[in-house]
Design a protein. Structure first.
Length: 368
């Protein structure tokens, strides 16, 4: 009897007495979870973004009073203040493009012969990587660590180049070093539903960076990166939309509830925004975006594989300074991607967390 009742679904309650005791148990459990309240409160001063996991961030009552929008405004205000201090090192043409559009696109970024050597070494080499599947798309990443930097000198020269570093710092609004990978996007080769990256979304509420140096040409039917120009700016329309989303978030999809708000293309016009730009670009194009702007992986009509050097920075947004990041000290910075993968493996084996990036074995970046 007890055994069978334990397996009953929560909504199948056989008597009012049982319903009352179950209700009491649930309210005790929900009270007990509030021992974490100080942590949830402290998280407001960080980049924590999940409405589903933090009841303070997800509180409809507090968001009605402007909590989400206040965090958003403060984060953007501080990011632009940091960018003003980082601006002098960035060519005016790139800075103006970023300030206007939320992205920087530079074609023929590396001299042709340097790019050819880099491209040849990366696309023909076999590297130990990790992969993750979302929908019908598989993302594979090879951590760029000391060994790869030693074997391919053009790679180290690219990532140490002050021109690239000052540009990534400006877009990221911090001098924290990006985490870099050789990334392959393998679309339509695996069975699966809709790739969630195909939905227009903002990664998080605060400015942060993602960067690509494409190693292969990306045509318009190969699922190119898309970005809504100008969507990185906090306009009154965007603020009103954010406010409205923050109070109705619990009716939204899971990724929006975790703080990556999805937006329908039809909604863009009400925010005074254009339709997304599609980055169908030749190899050797550098693209950097602020991921609080709306972006997605574009549609594709056939199985495709593209390869790129990919980096990202997402630092706690409420810091007044642009540097002071011990993890950006070079001996640590170049090992972080490798360490991160190994550490998550150990935590996964110990049952403390779930590591979604499984070993992909040794492959060339353009292998399916
Ligand atoms: Fe994204």
């Amino acid at each position: 009897m007890f055994l069978s009742s334990r397996h009953e679904p929560a909504h199948e309650v056989s008597s009012p007495l049982k319903a009352r005791s179950q209700g009491r148990r649930l309210s005790i459990l929900s009270l007990l979870r509030w021992w974490r309240a100080p942590l949830w409160l402290l998280a407001l001063g960080t980049g924590a973004k999940s409405f589903a996991d933090n009841p303070i961030i997800g509180s409809e009552r507090l968001n009605r009073r402007g909590l989400h929008v206040a965090r958003l405004k403060a984060a953007h205000h501080m990011a632009w203040a940091r960018r003003r201090r980082l601006a002098a090192a960035v060519p005016a043409e790139w800075r103006e493009q970023f300030n206007r559009d939320g992205y920087v696109e530079v074609r023929d970024y590396l001299p042709a012969e340097v790019f050819a050597r880099l491209q040849g070494a990366l696309l023909n080499g076999r590297f130990e990587g990790r992969h993750q599947q979302q929908g019908d798309a598989v993302t594979r990443r090879v951590a760029i660590g000391p060994r790869l930097l030693r074997t391919i000198p053009e790679l180290g020269a690219l990532l140490r180049d002050p021109k690239l570093r000052s540009l990534t710092a400006y877009v990221a609004s911090t001098r924290s070093e990006p985490l870099y990978y050789v990334q392959s996007i393998v679309s339509g080769h695996a069975q699966g539903g809709l790739d969630p990256q195909r939905e227009l979304h903002a990664d998080t509420f605060h400015p942060s960076l993602k960067a690509w140096l494409f190693l292969t040409d990306v045509t318009d039917d190969e699922g190119p990166l898309t970005y809504v120009p100008g969507s990185h700016r906090l306009t009154p329309e965007r603020l009103a939309w954010e406010q409205q989303r923050s109070v109705s978030i619990h009716d939204s999809d899971g990724l929006s509830q975790r703080g990556s708000f999805r937006i329908a293309p039809e909604e863009l016009t009400t925010l005074g925004l254009p339709q997304p730009k599609r980055f169908a670009v030749p190899a050797n194009t550098l693209v950097l975006i602020d991921t609080c702007g709306f972006h997605a992986r574009g549609s594709t009509t056939r199985p495709t594989i593209r390869a790129e050097i990919w980096g990202y920075v997402r630092r706690t947004p409420f810091l007044p300074w642009t540097g002071l990041d011990p993890l950006s000290w070079e001996p640590i910075a170049i090992r972080r991607t490798t360490w991160l993968g190994d550490m998550l493996d150990r935590l996964h084996r110990a049952g403390l967390t779930k590591h979604y990036w499984a070993s992909a074995g040794r492959k060339r970046p353009i292998d399916p």
